[in-house]
Design a binder for this molecule. Structure first.
Ligand SMILES: [Zn+2]
Length: 142
């Protein structure tokens, strides 16, 4: 069965990530995920997550579900007081209720050209900055 995750707050932002790690572990040209405050995320006790830290950027701690062998959640500490959770949108019961995608990140390592109107961020720092800015905006508004 596919593990589901419980999120008790509206996500800050939503991005499509073209980094090589996402391509590898999702086996897709990019992964689409939302960013939420980790304190609002509840993991089911039945989920057996194996956490792996990748040295390559983005330096997320990624939890791979041992039941379905696919990534369930990634964690990143942005500041001493703020830990973020990155959750693939297909882990939500109702992905239609999620915010609209704000752009493509790590676009420099894309395996496929994307023809849409969303902003495309290339390079490590530009990609990180796009996510951070959107999260900060969300923090101020919530
Ligand atoms: Zn990625």
């Amino acid at each position: 069965t596919t593990s589901k995750i419980t999120v008790r707050a509206q996500p800050f932002s939503r991005f499509k990530c073209h980094c090589t790690i996402c391509q590898e572990i999702y086996n897709k040209p990019y992964a689409e995920f939302v960013v939420v405050n980790a304190k609002n995320v509840e993991l089911n006790k039945s989920d057996q997550l194996l956490f792996a830290k990748y040295r390559r950027p983005p330096a997320l701690t990624r939890g791979i579900c041992q039941n379905c062998q696919s990534p369930l959640v990634g964690f990143l500490r942005l500041a001493p007081f703020l830990k973020l959770a990155f959750i693939p949108i297909d882990r939500f019961e109702d992905p239609g209720a999620l915010p609209a995608a704000q752009g493509h990140i790590f676009y420099h390592s894309r395996s496929e050209e994307i023809d849409d109107n969303l902003p495309k961020f290339s390079g490590y720092w530009k990609s990180e900055l796009a996510v951070s800015q959107s999260v900060l905006k969300g923090l101020i508004q919530h």
